[in-house]
Design a protein around this ligand. Structure first.
Ligand code: PBG
Length: 323
């Protein structure tokens, strides 16, 4: 036998020498949830180990993550139902919990990267990412709301926005709005191939943001489609995106690889709430080894081509202190 692939697997040193993919905490972006109030943190029941924090405690949480080597975060707000309306006006109101948090975080931690979310759903009384009229999600009418939100976030200190809504043309619209307002340095991580997925369930628990009627299939992509992701990628590139994102990650590894091959922009992947919850639930039942399953999942996302991994596992990974 001339070729014996097992020769390169016979010791830990050799295995490590021929290892093609290595995870680092630097690959990861840690999503965080902020809520109004003081000195409170509540665990999200469908996401064990993940909390909503009031801003004071969130700052302490970020500090402990930074000490562990995490340098990148994403932030989402939980807005009280009483402040939601059909136009998501709270989203760009001066001094709302979200822009206040962006301001405080960027003051306290100027060295970190913070992805700030531009989408109506946390603030929408309809639980949708666009303005709703007669049961339809309006596209072009939604764009100015997104632009106001993006500019409010840039004013508060955001350097990277993430439009997570899937309205057509929003990357270009936001690019123009930011440039016109003097924020040409604020980057855009485009949610390029964001699928209408069952794996967002626990996130909607965290934000209490589930749609009040219908689903998101008229704007998020059909999980059956692959070539359509290339249309979205081409548009986002032309419209001025700085990163392309695939979401969810694990059920869409082929899409991550596809975008990696077809674009020169950095590719991000969002290892979403349901993907996290599944590993946690099985591990809590003693059905799988949670730590190994976490590492294997994250590895597969990087191997598929993601340069940035948004993951609720970031802190747990950082705590492992792997060499
Ligand atoms: C919507 C949004 C979603 C997530 C983040 N922003 C999906 C949705 O509710 O449709 C999901 C993130 C996750 O599941 O971890 N703007």
């Amino acid at each position: 036998m001339l070729q014996r692939p097992r020769r390169n697997r016979q010791s830990a040193v050799i295995r490590s020498m021929v290892e093609e993919t290595r995870l680092s905490v630097k690959d990861m972006m840690f999503p965080l949830f902020v809520m109004e109030g003081q000195n409170t943190q509540t665990e999200i029941s469908s996401m064990p180990g993940i909390y909503r924090f009031t801003l004071d405690l969130l700052l302490a949480e970020i500090e402990s993550c930074v000490k562990l080597g995490i340098q990148s975060f994403a932030l989402f707000p939980q807005i009280p139902e009483s402040k939601k309306d059909s136009m998501a006006t709270e989203s760009y109101k001066n001094g709302n919990i979200y822009t206040e948090s962006i301001y405080e975080i960027s003051q306290r931690f100027p060295e970190i990267s913070l992805l700030t979310d531009v989408a109506m759903d946390p603030y929408s009384s309809d639980g949708h990412d666009g303005i709703v009229k007669d049961g339809q999600i309006l596209n072009d009418e939604t764009l100015p709301v997104l632009a106001k939100m993006a500019i409010a976030q840039a004013q508060a200190g955001s350097k990277l926005i993430g439009p997570s809504d899937m309205m057509d043309g929003r990357v270009g619209y936001l690019r123009q709005a930011l440039d016109d307002a003097g924020y040409s340095q604020v980057g855009i991580m485009a949610y390029t191939a964001k699928y209408a997925s069952a794996f967002y369930g626990p996130f909607r628990d965290a934000l209490e943001s589930a749609p009040k009627f219908g689903d998101k299939k008229s704007y998020q992509m059909n999980p059956a489609n692959r070539r359509e992701a290339l249309i979205e990628a081409e548009l986002d590139e032309m419209e001025g995106a700085d990163f392309l994102m695939v979401k969810p990650a694990l059920a869409y590894l082929d899409i991550i690889a596809l975008l990696k091959e077809n674009s020169h922009l950095p590719i991000a992947a969002y290892n979403v709430s349901g993907e996290y919850a599944m590993v946690k639930a099985a591990a809590q039942n003693g059905w799988i080894d949670g730590e190994k399953a976490m590492l294997e999942s994250l590895l597969s996302i990087k191997r598929a081509g993601a340069q940035v991994i948004l993951t609720y596992f970031a802190k747990e990974f950082a705590q492992l202190k792997l060499a």
